[in-house]
Design a protein around this ligand. Structure first.
Ligand code: C2E
Ligand code: MG
Ligand code: MG
Ligand code: MG
Length: 283
């Protein structure tokens, strides 16, 4: 095997194919097999509700174990989108995430990231319904995260699909808020349930007054639009104190918890639920 790989590498160089393209081709070929080889899995990152003081939501984050390493979604999701593979992969993510959530305490929701490409596929709403039904999960426990790039290609069928999902009781969040061209106009195009403030704003929160002012304004904007706000990428106590003071609804970040293996996340949720129960009994 090593020999043939060596030869094909030589061939690529000979024809002048650059390393980046070669890398992409190999990701694409591997990705086509990833589902049947069961190389995809989900990690789960809990979000802490600041009012509730407990885990209110858990974000499902895709991982690909391939060739002795774990490939991050930042690397392979773009390739999956270009090839259309994100449609079956995204459907698998929906089913896995709903199945996991059905085993958690009943007040914890699951958040699933959707690619714009999945919206171009007509059966997205049917896929979501099927995943909820198969897992026997109430729609209210599912949040769908979409990015601003989805609304860039804003067309009626996309917005219709979002409305249909929301009418079922599914929540819709605007992810990575503040990174696009015209974030504010997106808030007018759809009544989101949640705004997730991109973590780039968190990075210099404690050193830059302007980042602080922006966070404060976005949280206020969410409040007046009836949307909850999540601060992404909270890594320090100072950042937590600051977003708490400004009234953020939830925090997500390494300070509270990194993405966890399914079993570790389930343990966290069940020990937390047990604590709440014990304190209720005591009082
Ligand atoms: P995202 O939806 O904004 O997810 C949050 C990302 O920030 C995750 O990266 C998470 O591990 C990371 N993160 C969380 N807390 C912190 C922190 O305190 N500091 C720092 N530096 N990072 C933090 P991850 O898992 O690598 O995912 C990257 C992106 O890939 C996601 O960004 C999302 O856009 C996409 N993605 C992940 N899973 C899926 C999926 O199932 N489908 C689709 N279409 N996209 C996905
Ligand atoms: Mg997300
Ligand atoms: Mg995000
Ligand atoms: Mg982000």
């Amino acid at each position: 095997k090593a020999k043939s790989e060596g030869r094909s590498t030589y061939h690529f160089f000979e024809t002048g194919m650059d390393a980046e393209l070669q890398q992409r081709r190999s990701i694409e070929a591997g990705l086509r097999m990833a589902m049947q080889r069961e190389e995809l899995r989900l990690m789960f990152q809990p979000l802490l509700g600041l009012q509730e003081n407990r885990v209110t939501c858990v974000e499902a984050l895709l991982r690909w174990d391939h060739d002795d390493r774990t490939i991050s979604p930042a690397e392979f999701v773009p390739v999956a989108e270009e090839t259309g593979l994100i449609v079956p992969i995204g459907e698998w993510v929906l089913h896995e995430a709903c199945k996991a959530a059905a085993t958690w305490p009943g007040d914890v929701r699951v958040a699933v990231n959707l690619s714009p490409v999945q919206f171009r596929h007509k059966s997205l709403v049917a896929q979501v319904k099927a995943a909820l039904l198969a897992a026997k999960l109430e729609p209210i426990r599912l949040e769908l995260e979409i990015t601003e790039s989805l609304l860039l290609s804003e067309n009626e069928s996309t917005i219709d699909a979002l409305h249909e999902l929301r009418a079922m009781g599914v929540r819709v969040s605007l992810d990575d808020f503040g990174t696009g061209y015209s974030s504010l106009s997106y808030l007018r195009s759809f009544p989101f349930d949640k705004i997730k403030i991109d973590r780039s704003f968190m990075a210099d929160l404690t050193t830059r007054a302007d980042s602080q002012a922006i966070i404060k304004a976005v949280i206020g904007l969410g409040q007046s639009l009836g949307m909850s706000t999540t601060a992404e990428g909270v890594e320090t106590e100072e950042q937590l104190a600051m977003v708490r003071e400004h009234g953020a609804s939830e925090v997500q970040g390494f300070l509270f918890s990194p993405p966890l293996q399914p079993a570790a996340l389930a343990n966290l949720l069940h020990s937390e639920a047990a604590k709440v129960l014990a304190s209720r009994k005591a009082s």
